[in-house]
Design a binder for this molecule. Structure first.
Ligand SMILES: [Zn+2]
Length: 162
C-alpha cells in the first residue's frame, strides 16, 4: 500500500524483530506482548485490513492491520480506527494527519506498531525539494522509540479520547 501523499514514514520492523527475539528466548513473557485491548480487537474486527501474514507468536491466525488516525483537523475523529480504503479520501480532504498502523492477532492478542506516516494534501506540495523541514525531527523521534511504546501511546490516547 502506497498512497500518493504518504510521507515521513517511520518503520518499526526492527523494534518488532527485537521484541520477538526476546519472546522466543523467553526473556519476555507471551502475556506481556499478547495484550491487545478489547478496543483494539474490536477495531481489528470492524475496521481492520486482513493480511496473509501469520501471527509470529501463535502461528495460527493471520495478522490484521488497524489504521489509527490522529491530527487537529480530525477533531472528534482523532484517535479513531479507519478502514484502509477510507484513507485516500481523507488524504485528499485534509491537509495533514498522522496514521499509525498496528498489527493485531485476533487469536492470541499479539499487537505491535508496524509503521507511522503522514497523509494529506500538504504532501502534494511537500514533494517539492526544500520543504522537508519537519521530516528530520519526526524521524529522529520515531527512531528513538523503544519497543512498541508508540503503539501503547496510541492506544492510551485512544482510551483517553473515547
Ligand atoms: Zn497470534
Amino acid at each position: 500500500m502506497r498512497m500518493r501523499t504518504q510521507r515521513q514514514v517511520v518503520d518499526y520492523s526492527l523494534q518488532k524483530r527485537a521484541l520477538l527475539r526476546e519472546v522466543y528466548s523467553g526473556r519476555v513473557g507471551v502475556y506481556e506482548v499478547c495484550d491487545a485491548s478489547p478496543y483494539l480487537k474490536n477495531a481489528a474486527r470492524f475496521h481492520g485490513e486482513p493480511t496473509d501474514v501469520r501471527c509470529p507468536v501463535c502461528r495460527r491466525e493471520n495478522l490484521t492491520h488497524v489504521h489509527y488516525i490522529y491530527g487537529d483537523e480530525l477533531k472528534q475523529s482523532a484517535g479513531q480506527a479507519r478502514k484502509l480504503a477510507e484513507l485516500p479520501v481523507l488524504a485528499m480532504t485534509l491537509r495533514e494527519f498522522q496514521v499509525y498502523v498496528v498489527e493485531v492477532c485476533r487469536g492470541c492478542g499479539w499487537n505491535h506498531l508496524v509503521q507511522q506516516f503522514l497523509l494529506g494534501r500538504d504532501g502534494l506540495a511537500a514533494a517539492e525539494p526544500g520543504s522537508t523541514r519537519r521530516a528530520a525531527g519526526q524521524v529522529a523521534a520515531g527512531g528513538a522509540a523503544e519497543r512498541d511504546s508508540s503503539a501503547r501511546e496510541a492506544r492510551r490516547r485512544r482510551g483517553a479520547e473515547g
